[in-house]
Design a protein around this ligand. Sequence first.
Ligand code: NAD
Length: 376
Amino acid sequence: MTKHYQSSRRRFLSNLGLAGLGLPLMTAKDFMHPFVSKQKNMQQSKKLGIALVGLGGYATGQLGPALLESEHCYLAGIVTGTPSKIPVWKEKYKLSEKNIYSYDTYDQIKNNPDIDIIYVVLPNNMHAEYTIRGFEAGKHVICEKPMAITVPDCDRMIAASKKANKFLSVGYRLHFEPYNLEMVKLGTSKEYGEIKKISGGFGFKATPNQWRLQQKYAGGGPLMDLGIYAIQGMCYTTGMEPIAVSAQEGKKTDLNRFSEVEQSLSWQFEFPNRLIGSGAASYDDNMNFLKAEAAQGVFELTTAYNYNGLSGYTPAGPMNFPQVNQQARQLDAIALSIKNNKPSIVPGEMGRRDVKYLQAIYEAMRTGKRITIKAD
Ligand code: NAD
């Protein structure tokens, strides 16, 4: 685990004190000389401009609308290969013509002061290239999950971020969501004692679009798309990192569509204190949970990973938190950390760590062996 990631993690946990706002805590530096403070406020009041790269389902259904609600950033530009999408986006988000790019003109964003942050929302195998080109254009980058399909790609993305001296964040929206933050609080504070067993699963009957069924584009099946949420959930609830994994591919009921990637799979993480974490991901079975069985009772999310309608229980009864716009919170927290020149709480190092786990799970599934996960 890198130093950068450790400090981000610490901040993630300490932020929980703010009822899961996912926003940085005030520090002594925030109380400075009135003149400096006024300058800073002026700077902070400016919304950062975001350009969405790829106008598919997630950008259209979630990120665009969230950018209309966010306080610290707004949709300033788009990058699309489909000209027919432009009029609707232009009208809805009041985009100026000069802030509309194609994949061919993408690199010219470097000359555009309206764009502070590039948000990559493309098929998984394109994340690395468009993130690196974003840094080469001198912009901060948010990249959707999974960060990339290989660890070397993640390394290149992190190196590009360092070279450009710009922040890299991963679109891990649940770090800003109250029910999941409650799991982190209960688990890491050991409110109900030591966790004896942790499990998470995400799946539904899906007819995923073509790129999600192709190894080359997606890097795998539902594990890359959905299982990553269960990986994250088990890690942030326990505050631990797995040291080994075993995995099994599920039965394929549709051999045609799932000729290249798994249709479902399950895995078992071993955490350092002999804790077992059972995970599952599927494009066939319905599941959406994160469950911690602790010495003094069970706490769990029974709807854990959706955009809304989350629910959960503790030994004290049902959880009761507001349903929030997760993406607006995520975008605001990342924009604010950039404004304050503070590292993201969902940094590239965390995305890289998870790609390492994804790869270890696939290796365990393919070989039928227990795979050790190195701590780097
Ligand atoms: P999508 O298929 O709906 O959109 C993909 C976009 O990429 C489309 O606009 C498509 O035109 C464009 N594209 C450009 N070049 C392409 C190519 N060569 N092949 C295919 N498409 C190409 O996918 P999506 O659901 O919007 O997912 C995009 C990314 O966002 C994925 O990495 C996914 O994992 C992630 N995502 C994250 C969340 C979340 O909750 N954080 C939710 C959904 C998707």
